[in-house]
Write a protein that binds this ligand. Sequence first.
Ligand SMILES: [Zn+2]
Length: 313
Amino acid sequence: MARGFLKGLLAGGLLLCIQWTPAAALEAQRVAPGVYVIPGIVGDPAPENRGRVVNIGFIVGRTGVTVIDSGANTLHGRAILATIRRVTQKPVKLLIDTHPHPQNVLGNEAFAERGIPILATKITAEKMNERCPRCLENLTASVGTEAMRGTRIALPQQTLDAKTILTVGGRQLRLIPTGWGHSEGDLAVLDIRTGTLFTADLVYAGQIPHLSEARIEGWLAALDTLETLPARRVVPGRGPVGTSSRILGFRRYLQQLHDQVAAAYHAGRTLDETLHQIDLPEFHDWQGYAERHPLNIQHVWYEIERNDFPTTP
Ligand SMILES: [Zn+2]
């Protein structure tokens, strides 16, 4: 009996340890002086990746740290903070939410519980307020309740709606809101000293993008804006860090998708015919081609149709 009780206690203790392990540090890659990326796991949110599918960035300045995106849940956010702590003892001064998608912002609570200010575009804050309760439910359904344990929605308290240069922790950052492209509230961040551009999901590398809340023409215009920036390296939202050629390489997918769907639409093809007709061999080896590319064709088709027949007030 006593032995069983002891075993129970040990098992309980072990369980406690396991429950705390998600705050263990993750792998951080140094991509430039003071600039780090915690790579996302390739794929869509699932129990095995706990929703940790997007790249997270942090920039260590002379007196403090800026973090770019907070991850998919509170445990992820805490793991990001533990990772930063292994790199530097300087305080985290600011969290920037790049856009209102759950994998990017549902880790906010880990920062809010430490009193770290959170900044986003005004529209991102509004969309989070509107949608995050549903996003939280949907992401929990995808990754499971254990990964989402303790996750609460924490909204940005600081917002911006125009290009801004901020000095955070002794480091100058250029914040570039690009309008409705991948999402309604996209924001890119340029670390001026190293020329490192964090594009968030405006650029994917080696993965087919998600267009479910996108406007493809706005997205192409956003990429034009990013191409004008003095970026020596680009940290995409998904996939490996590269040079500014990452922007052009990704743009080719969106442009071909747009042009071919538009041509089929204006030639009088049905959506079904278009779905069977449009194949982009250059991108066959990008992750998600078989599943997401047909959805993207459909999304762009409906966007062109909406523009063709605008609803009258
Ligand atoms: Zn996104």
